[in-house]
Design a protein around this ligand. Sequence first.
Ligand SMILES: [Zn+2]
Length: 246
Amino acid sequence: MNNLRRGSALLFALLVSINIAWAQQPAPAAPKARVVPAIAQNKDTQAAITPAIALKMLKDGNARFTSGRMTKRDLRKQVKATGSGQYPFASVVGCIDSRAAPELVFDQGIGDIFSMRIAGNFVNDDIIGSLEYGSRVAGARLIVVLGHSDCGAIKGTCDGVQLGHLTGALAKIKPAVDAVPDDGSPRNSKNYAFVQKVADMNVRLAVKTIRDKSPVLREMADKGEIAIVGAMLDVKTGKVTFDGIK
Ligand SMILES: [Zn+2]
């Protein structure tokens, strides 16, 4: 009987100490209520976005992406909301590179941006036609030519790679290689600095080509209805830089 009582006392003491220990733990943080932007862009939100605001939205989106604080979206709700019409605020011409998806690096959802992707993010008549649709018909306020570091298409062009239809595609990037001044350093893919200079130049030339070849977009840009800018993605960090690339 005594043993039983002693046992009960021990068990009680044990339970009390466990309770005390538990009480001393910091209270588990309540899940933070996040406002989920359930809606996608619509006619009204798009109309309120200026080219400067569109640029800020992409910069902010990239900041969220690089910091790991991406917006929580209900993509199915966005699909529902955009099913009867789309009102994207920007167009992005980017490379096919698997690390350079515009929707991801700018943290955007369904119905936010037009994406035109081609190896080496150059522009031709078809891409420019798509951009004209994006801005003139569908109302996108900003055009971004997004290059990226360590681009296989740029490196291939630097090395004069020839392969099937790729040969013709890389020929569109060749003017960027030729436009980088010769500073005596090797002009091939092993020279990282040279490759990056060509990538920057390729973006600048694409922005210029859009303006030169599209009176539609040039006129809109000159009126301030849209902006056409270049940007560079660092695939090592995910960071997109807009400054210095015009
Ligand atoms: Zn690339």
